[in-house]
Design a protein around this ligand. Structure first.
Ligand code: BG6
Length: 471
């Protein structure tokens, strides 16, 4: 590995902080997502139910307390630093800084919290990699403007960026504008705060919201560079190569088209303009976007690096019979690949796919890549000896880290790897605590009961040892 390679772990504010109504924080989109599986599944796609029922429903909302990182961050960061990492990915909750998104001045208490978090990271020599928007929007902006369906969001977002870039000048040098920006096409409420009316052209709305996010991301890139030329700005994709199920040319074409659903975003963020295939795509789907001439100018502010999450590859077939055999995977359904095992949640496990994904992204863009999420969600068990023997996670990480090293030998320019996640947190898709990814076990269950105690899993010691040998 290169000497300055960033090895770290990832976190996301809404999934760990809790303290959802403390120190002036406003309500966030994430706070409206109930634990109830059926209801949550509908909410992540379309926010109408979540907005209409939040005040009246007696639901359990897992992000309200999450793992209480808001109060335990000093200990948690110390424990994570103990892994021997040199970086950490965190995110900001917009509604802690601007509770409604429309205030003129930031909420000082919220800002003080993040200043302290960043200082704590720096104290242990951890380079902070900050995601500005990680599945989080102030609810007020959703109610008033319909979330990213509105152009108004661009200015609200840039106001947040201005505060962050000036406050953390000389302390934070790596920023990611939007977590998994392509998720807006798969989980539109989570990705963009979108709600839909019956009969509405959903894709029109999703691509319009995506356009506003892309403009906001490029404008933020420009702003960050103006405020501090040392800032490095990254886009982020929920990545994972889509394979053709067979060598039938129609399968190959279907895979190419599916892959473009993710590349659409990074093509714009890396190259600075809409790809030529977008015209045909929009014609087919009868999509007409509000794109101003000045938007096209703003889009020319391209990113410094490409970041990605990788959990699994996917597979597609044009044969309706094969297409029926579906498995889950980070909001992307996939045809089941007979060569791959799956996780407890049906996500396919494919380390070679990781190497393929990294190679393809680098071939396409020739920009430094940073892996900011990779890990295994599993049912861990705390033994009576207060240990967690997560051998399956060690196996997953071992194989994926080895694929990462192979991709470097292939010539991919990699600048960092953040395992997901440092510490057990509320699952973004299912709201469960039992879908655990961390090196640190957190003693809370799916209904928020437990001591909150942190326990180092076997994978914690394994990763520490791996880093000693490999970094
Ligand atoms: C990514 C998100 O999609 O996947 C994370 O950026 C999320 O926030 C991670 O936690 C794993 O997904 P899940 O749904 O298992 O938590």
């Amino acid at each position: 590995m290169k000497k300055d390679f960033l090895y770290g772990v990832g976190t996301s504010a809404s999934q760990i902080e809790g303290a959802y109504a403390v120190d002036g924080k406003g309500l966030s989109m994430a706070d409206l997502l109930p634990a109830n599986k059926k209801k949550r599944f509908s909410c992540v796609q379309d926010g109408s139910f979540a907005l209409a029922n939040y005040d009246t429903q007696q639901e359990y909302y897992p992000t309200h307390n999450a793992i209480d990182f808001y109060h335990t961050y000093k200990d948690d960061i110390r424990l994570l630093a103990g892994l021997g990492i040199n970086s950490i990915r965190i995110s900001i909750m917009w509604s802690r800084i601007f509770p409604t998104g429309e205030e003129n001045e930031p909420n000082e208490a919220g800002l003080t919290f993040y200043k302290s978090v960043v200082d704590e990271c720096l104290k242990y020599g951890l380079e902070p990699i900050v995601t500005i928007s990680h599945f989080d929007i102030p609810v007020h902006l959703i109610k008033k403007y319909g979330g990213w369906a509105s152009r108004k969001m661009i200015d609200a977002y840039l106001k947040l960026c201005q505060v962050l870039f000036t406050t953390f000048k000389n302390k934070v040098h790596y920023w990611i504008t939007f977590n998994e920006i392509n998720m807006i096409l798969h989980l539109p409420f989570v990705g963009g705060g979108l709600c839909f009316k019956e009969g509405e052209n959903k894709e029109q709305k999703m691509y319009q919201a995506a356009h506003y996010q892309l403009v906001a991301s490029s404008a933020a890139t420009n702003l960050a560079h103006q405020i501090d030329p040392k800032n490095n700005i990254g886009c982020m994709l929920a990545a994972g190569e889509v394979y053709p199920f067979s060598c039938n040319p129609d399968d190959i074409l279907a895979a190419l088209q599916k892959n473009r659903e993710q590349y659409f975003f990074s093509d714009i963020q890396v190259r600075g303009y809409y790809p030529s295939y977008a015209r045909e795509l929009f014609d087919q789907k009868q999509i007409k976007l509000d794109i101003l001439p000045e938007d096209n100018e703003i889009l020319k502010n391209t990113v410094d690096f490409v970041s990605l999450s990788y959990y699994s590859s996917r597979c597609v077939s044009v044969d309706p019979k094969i297409q029926q055999n579906i498995t889950n995977g980070n909001a992307f359904a996939s045809v089941k690949n007979p060569y791959l095992d799956v996780s407890d949640w049906g996500w396919q496990i494919d380390p070679v796919g990781f190497r393929i994904t990294l190679n393809n992204l680098y071939d396409r863009y020739q920009k430094p890549l940073m892996v900011v999420e990779n890990g295994l969600g599993a049912m861990d068990k705390l033994t009576s000896e207060q240990e967690v023997h997560d051998t399956y996670r060690i196996d997953y990480l071992q194989k994926h880290l080895s694929a990462l090293q192979d991709s470097q030998k292939d010539g991919v320019d990699l600048i960092g790897y953040m395992a997901w996640s440092g510490i057990d947190s509320v699952s973004a898709s299912t709201g469960e605590m039992s879908k655990r990814y961390g090196f640190l076990y957190v003693d809370y269950d799916n209904s928020g009961q437990g001591s909150g105690k942190r326990v180092k899993k076997d994978s914690y010691f394994w990763f520490k040892n791996w880093l000693t040998k490999n970094s």
